[in-house]
Design a binder for this molecule. Structure first.
Ligand code: RIB
Length: 343
């Protein structure tokens, strides 16, 4: 049976289609007695409003979209919570899209979001130079880059964290604990967040009078717990004489996978290998050996990006793009407890 239309509801309630539309969109503008008749007809006919048609008629969508790199990473869950807080106050829905570090999938989502004419797109992108991002803006869809510092030559707001400073914080912490044989675990190096953290790590080595090349590099294919476990196998495969006594991981999932592998093999953390992560997701503090990490203000990132997006969506040409950069903070826990070493 075809679903009831707005015309069926109007006929059943004895009112115009416009009155039914008012009941759906501006109920306070309709007399209570009339509103009750329409609501009774809607319930009796089982009418379901067509949100797409309504939004098309209104000329603008009631939906925001956030396109993330890896939906299984709690970092993005926390950023999304911040975005949702703003979407809720604006009575908007939020589409969460996951590229899973796949550039083709990111393209497909950007194409779909362009066709959907969503109110605005927030993105932590695989490729910030993706021409589909520019095309979205050319279609009048505001775009805000999340978790990314300013991009030269691009005309949009950005909200990010100073990941270079974050890398410096991590390595300085290990150096101050007496470590000199330090490894960086992270990848792919195409992800700007990873390369910025590595840049900061190398800079901290040089600031301490060491060579950046003294920092060992264990590259991973992605930033997952499984990648962290595999990196642990490679770390323990190094000759004991040259094996790093401390590791800075590009994010907490890598660090938790490394921690799991080392603990399973009876390697003591931090006494044999100290570990520092990045993000301060909820599981960092809850780990078997609470994880030292570099904290990012995750929900604040999401709230700030969403507010910038709404400002642009509401004010159009009167909106002025902003580039917000938050500073990370080191959260020292047991996984790198300062152990004075001669190493
Ligand atoms: O998405 C990869 C990583 O970059 C996340 O863990 C988070 O640190 C982001 O900044």
């Amino acid at each position: 049976m075809a679903s009831a239309s707005i015309k069926d509801v109007a006929a059943a309630a004895g009112v115009s289609v416009g009155t039914v539309s008012n009941v759906l969109n501006r109920p306070a503008a309709v007399r209570p007695t009339t509103r009750a008749k329409v609501e009774t007809a809607i319930a009796r006919l089982g009418f379901v409003p067509n949100a797409s048609a309504r939004q098309l008629a209104a000329g603008r969508s009631d939906t925001l979209a956030y396109l993330v790199l890896d939906a299984s990473n709690p970092f993005f869950t926390d950023v999304t919570r911040g975005i949702e807080e703003v979407a809720k106050t604006e009575h908007l829905s939020l589409f969460l899209c996951n590229s899973d570090l796949d550039a083709d999938r990111e393209d497909q989502y950007l194409e779909q979001l362009t066709q959907l004419r969503v109110r605005g797109v927030l993105i932590t992108a695989m490729d910030y130079a993706n021409p589909r991002l520019t095309r979205l803006r050319e279609q009048g869809v505001p775009v805000v880059l999340v978790d990314r510092a300013p991009q030269d030559g691009h005309d949009w707001c950005t909200v990010g964290v100073d990941d270079v400073s974050g890398g410096e914080l991590a390595i300085s912490h290990l150096l101050e604990s007496g470590h000199r044989k330090i490894a960086f675990i992270g990848g792919p190096l195409e992800i700007p967040q990873v390369t910025d953290r590595l840049t900061g790590a190398r800079r901290a080595m040089e600031t301490a009078g060491l060579s950046a090349d003294d920092l060992s590099l264990i590259q991973t294919d992605a930033l997952t717990i499984a990648d962290g476990r595999r990196a642990g196998e490679r770390l323990l495969g190094l000759p004991r004489s040259g094996r790093p006594t401390s590791v800075f991981c590009a994010n907490d999932l890598l660090a938790l996978g490394l921690l799991q592998h080392l603990v399973q093999l009876g390697v003591r953390v931090p006494d044999d290998v100290a570990i520092v992560g990045y993000d301060d997701i909820e599981y960092a503090a809850a780990a078997a050996v609470p994880l030292t990490t570099v904290a990012q203000p995750r929900q604040l990132l999401g709230r700030t990006a969403a507010r910038l997006l709404m400002d642009e969506a509401e004010r159009g040409d009167d909106h002025h793009h902003e580039h917000v950069v938050f500073q990370p903070e080191l959260v020292a826990r047991a996984s790198s407890a300062a152990v004075r070493r001669t190493a």
